[in-house]
Write a protein of this length. Structure first.
Length: 542
């Protein structure tokens, strides 16, 4: 059996999903869970894209052992040097460098000739090889690149020292037969490709990312790049769990297997969903809420007689946890700790104590606390600002709402030691509270903040469910500041999330004032997606 390498890019391409953003601690938690899952390579980030990404890659390189830790770099010296610096502490490190090879990308984006691209690709691989003997090269937009030119670039990259050649379907353009044909053609025309690993990286714009990846494996690819829950740019990347389970069921027929511990799939899926805020669609293959639910009577009857009548995968093989443990008054620290451990959260002692305290407060109020509640509380605690970062705290909030009049809110904040009051009206009590809070904070900052995103969800069912609120404020320079909070009261959860976001905006300003433009505290903010794209385009021209 050929062993297919599973290259997980949840923390890099997955994190590029619109709406997803992870802080460094969250990235570390996910990386540790990816180790339990048994992935071969973790692409931990794109170090030059933001200080937060650099810090995330560096932390993972330092603390996560087992898989190869990989950092992405454009084919420019500065990116490669920075990726190498971020990866320095890793026991096994890989630099992944890329440059576009399709005519449209070369002409319109890079403004470079094919010869210049070829030269740049070789120079990038050579430079990366100075830092590590594990170098991956990707000809971006490979599926829309001229095949002869693609062969030339691939051969040149191997000559320069690349040990993995990745063929990305960057825009999710290909279909299985054509994609597999491209892989076979490359093997035929570039004999040196047999000496390195051929990898594939498929996007899901046509819903074919998994099918294309599997077709490439059957055609000889030795590595598949994928993400948990299929998250990623636009329509996402190939989903790890779907590829792995398809290979588990059909791998024997094509003589391949993976090293994934499939029982960790469900936990990993939920962890990534919780931390990124990207919900798993109910009917998603393998990890959707409904993946093992049977509605039709005839199906239920069959499943009761023998599960294999209507199930091709046993729920326990992917670690599915249907029934949630309810945490009672007497569950204590060990119960909470074991729930969190099972879900992939390893908290510091102080954080664990705080979670236990908050769980106990809820059980004292006779609230039935389920596993998802515990996880939500843990996330809230992990996201807490340090005491020094709390420039702003909520003293009081009151809202007036109902039909027949305009909802209004009054908020009292403690702002750098002084009490300040703000009022606002809106279409509902949350909107009114947001106006009240934004008016106070914008006046204090001397520039306006805008509530760019707001999300609210009940963690478990029932009218007494904990509410999880998440927000993003945007400032005039498109910097985003996130905030999340949970509470049994939706208004309090929403306002607390806004207070956290406002604190991050104020800290960002404070750091800038103290350290100048480059003195940005990376874990506090992440540039908006559009800013990243602009940086990338500018860098590509260098
Ligand atoms: O989709 C893509 O082309 C990429 C490359 C950087 C591999 O993500
Ligand atoms: Zn990609």
């Amino acid at each position: 059996m050929r062993r297919i390498q599973i290259f997980d890019t949840t923390l890099r391409d997955g994190e590029q999903s619109p709406g997803a953003s992870l802080n460094v601690d969250e990235k570390l938690v996910i990386a540790k869970q990816l180790v339990s899952l048994g992935v071969d390579v973790i692409e931990a980030g794109f170090p030059t894209s933001s200080p937060g990404d650099f810090e995330g890659v560096r932390l993972i390189a330092e603390k996560v052992h087992g898989p190869i830790i990989c950092g992405l770099a454009r084919a420019v010296a500065q990116d490669i040097d920075m990726a190498a610096r971020a990866l320095e502490p890793a026991r096994r490190r890989r630099i992944h460098t890329f440059i576009a090879t399709s005519r449209i990308h070369m002409e319109k984006k890079l403004k470079m000739s094919p010869d210049q691209v070829l030269e740049r690709a070789q120079a990038a691989v050579r430079r990366a090889r100075q830092y590590t003997d594990d170098v991956e090269f990707s000809p971006e937009d490979a599926t829309r690149s001229d095949l002869e030119f693609l062969c030339l670039v691939v051969e040149a990259a191997i000559d320069a020292g690349a040990t993995t050649i990745n063929i990305p379907d960057t825009v999710g353009y290909s279909v299985p037969d054509v994609f597999a044909g491209r892989v076979r053609y490359l093997y035929e025309k570039v004999p040196s490709l047999r000496k390195v690993v051929l990898s594939v990286h498929c996007h899901n714009d046509l819903g074919l990312a998994v099918a294309n990846s599997l077709a490439a494996v059957a055609a000889g690819a030795g590595q598949v790049e994928c993400t948990i829950n299929g998250i990623g740019e636009r329509a996402g990347n190939a989903s790890l769990e779907e590829i792995v389970m398809a290979l588990r069921l059909h791998g024997e027929a094509i003589g391949v297997e993976t090293g994934i511990h499939t029982q960790e799939i469900w936990n990993t899926s939920r962890l990534v969903s919780n931390l990124t805020g990207l919900e798993v669609q109910r009917n998603k293959a393998i990890v959707g809420e409904n993946a093992f639910a049977h509605e039709a009577g005839i199906h239920q009857h069959g499943v009761i007689l023998d599960r294999s009548t209507y199930e091709i995968i046993r729920a326990e093989d992917v670690g599915w946890q249907g029934n949630q443990i309810v945490i009672g008054k007497h569950s204590g620290k060990h119960g909470v700790e074991s729930v969190l451990k099972d879900r992939g959260y390893l908290l510091e002692e102080e954080q664990l104590k705080e979670v236990v305290k908050r769980v106990k407060d809820l059980t004292d109020q006779e609230k039935a606390v389920e596993e998802d509640d515990v996880v939500a509380i843990a996330r809230d605690v992990m996201n807490d600002l340090t005491p020094e970062e709390q420039l702003l705290s909520l003293k009081e909030v009151s809202v007036m709402t109902g039909n027949g009049f305009t909802p209004s809110a009054t908020i009292k904040l403690l702002l750098e030691g002084k009490e300040v009051l703000g009022t606002g009206t809106g279409v509902g009590p949350v909107d009114a509270s947001a106006h009240a809070l934004v008016s106070i904070v914008s006046a204090h900052l001397g520039s306006s903040l805008r509530l760019a995103e707001y999300g609210l969800k009940a963690i478990t069912g029932g009218t007494d469910a904990l509410a999880h609120a998440s927000i993003r404020f945007e400032d005039e320079s498109q910097n985003l500041f996130r905030g999340e909070a949970i509470d049994a009261d939706v208004i309090i959860a929403s306002v607390q999330a806004m207070v956290k976001g406002a604190n991050r905006a104020m800290n960002f300003r404070k750091h800038r004032r103290e350290n100048g433009k480059n003195g940005l505290e990376p874990s506090i903010q992440k540039p908006a997606v559009s800013t990243l794209a602009a940086q990338a385009a500018a860098g590509d021209k260098r």
